[in-house]
Ligand binder design. Structure first.
Ligand SMILES: Nc1ncnc2c1ncn2[C@@H]1O[C@H](COP(=O)(O)OP(=O)(O)OP(=O)(O)O)[C@@H](O)[C@H]1O
Ligand SMILES: [Mg+2]
Length: 243
């Protein structure tokens, strides 16, 4: 049984998280908290540990120190499947849709945690993604990169997550679809109050969506900046710089 989440308590809370690959430490003590309904963006250059952080939060990589709590419960040693069941949704870098399955079958895979209401769930999610409705019988792999990103998002939402962890959704995607993804995420935040933690390098994307922006540098959160600041490349280069 998970503990009830008291008013004002963070939905996701991370304290001094360390994780890495074998003996290589990558996260050197990440601390952050995300309250329900928040939209938090994390900016960091290539190789700074963005994917590693999300993988550690999802339990794909073990924490070597520190704690992760979700919905009032310590999940530091909980399996990734159990984290998904608790309501943590993850859209990985590179989308990872099933290219050989149709768009509809991809969405069904997203309903595995929510099977009883499969048809109704898919119908409801498709109202947010009208573009996908026309492609239901197409193999996922036949969609453009941007459409695959929309599919990956839609598939994740079929699992009715409480928090959405997004790993660089704009990577390799055309500007027109980036705008569409911004609109979809804004609508989901506004209409469903979904909580989102996003890692990105695209300044306009992160600034357009985030209520708070954190800077990840060499495996630690070094500071928080206002979303408007994230639009200013000169300032951001200083904060996220490689030195
Ligand atoms: N499986 C792995 N084994 C060993 N080292 C890894 C592994 N995956 C990532 N790394 C290293 O961990 C560091 C952080 O990688 P990570 O993928 O978290 O960065 P990132 O911020 O997501 O980068 P990008 O913007 O390129 O996606 C890098 O130095 C990377 O080489
Ligand atoms: Mg990455």
């Amino acid at each position: 049984m998970s503990a009830a989440l008291s008013d004002g308590a963070p939905l996701l809370s991370v304290e001094g998280l360390h994780a890495g690959y074998g003996r290589i430490p990558i996260l050197g003590g990440v601390s952050l908290s995300v309250t329900a309904g928040d939209f938090v963006g994390i900016l960091g250059h290539n190789g700074m540990g963005k994917t590693t952080l999300l993988r550690a939060l999802m339990g794909y990589l073990p924490a070597t120190a520190g704690t992760v709590s979700f919905a009032g419960r310590d999940i530091t040693t909980v399996s990734s499947t159990a984290r998904a069941k608790l309501g943590m949704g993850f859209v990985p870098q590179g989308r990872e849709i099933f290219p050989g399955l149709s768009v509809f079958e991809n969405l069904r895979m997203g309903c595995l945690l929510n099977k009883a209401n499969e048809q109704a769930t898919i119908a409801e999610i498709l109202t947010i993604f009208p573009r996908l409705k026309a492609y239901l019988d197409r193999p996922g792999g036949a969609l453009s990169g941007g459409e695959q990103q929309l599919l990956a998002l839609a598939r994740c939402l079929c699992g009715a997550p409480k928090i959405l962890l997004l790993d660089e959704p704009t990577e390799g995607i055309q500007p027109s679809i980036i705008e569409e993804i911004i609109e979809v995420l804004q609508a989901i935040g506004r209409e469903r109050g979904l909580t989102v933690l996003l890692v990105e390098q695209n300044l306009n994307f992160i600034a357009s969506l985030s209520k708070r922006v954190l800077i990840l540098k060499k495996g630690v959160i070094t500071q928080e900046v206002a979303p408007e600041v994230a639009r200013d490349r000169t300032m951001i280069d200083e904060f996220v710089g490689m030195d």
